[in-house]
Design a protein around this ligand. Sequence first.
Ligand code: 6PG
Length: 251
Amino acid sequence: MTEERKVEVFPDPEALARGAAQLLVDRARDAIADHGAFRVALSGGNTPRLTYETLAQSPFKEQVEWDKVQVFFSDERWVPSQSPDSNYHLAWEALLSKVPIPDRFVHRIDTAETPPGESAALYAQGVRRVFEVGLTAVPHFDLIFLGVGEDGHTASLFPGTQALSDAQNLVAANFVERIENWRITFTFTLIDAARCVAFLVAGAYKADVVGRVLGGADLPAGKISLEDGRLLWLLDSGAAAALPADVRPST
Ligand code: 6PG
């Protein structure tokens, strides 16, 4: 049985951000060498901000061939793109406005012009167009960043929501009762097809959910299934405080 996932623990959020930035640099270099492009999906929430800010600075910024990078979003809140709650807005402010990536290579999820269901379908079409694959193929992202909420959600795959069981689509519109709003999210189908998925989790307040997910609890973040070490959990020491005894961090 191949190692399903790798867990790496960093001493603090800044070290975690540098580790995540280095992962993106390494995966981008390898992807561009292999197939001439790096297609990445960024996660939202607060945790990745430090990683994006770190990527926008030396020595990381200069190490990425930004004109060969295609940026997508693993989920988006149903808010205007200029809202401080927008995952696109977070990535734009912290990273994308500071690196020489062509605007046409930043693929924002539409949360203004079309209804949620149509927005999800259009986004999935856009993913397939960039990957140049047909309607039945599942594209393989080079890297997908994810976070995990205290309820065990990841992307916008929340416990008890309809998108958890969507096996037909790459991207789903998901109404989340708890927040009484829509979300647009990658589905497990698209996430599980990635060449690498990296959870970025920081803070002692996440230790309990990280311990439950890595301990096998039935939570959305625990349903991401990639073999051969393609699933990474990058944690700071706070988030790693309740790891199950059989989970051996690689650092
Ligand atoms: C979102 C995210 C979501 C996030 C987790 C963790 O839109 O909120 O995509 O899945 O990654 O909720 O968020 P924090 O990093 O803010 O704890």
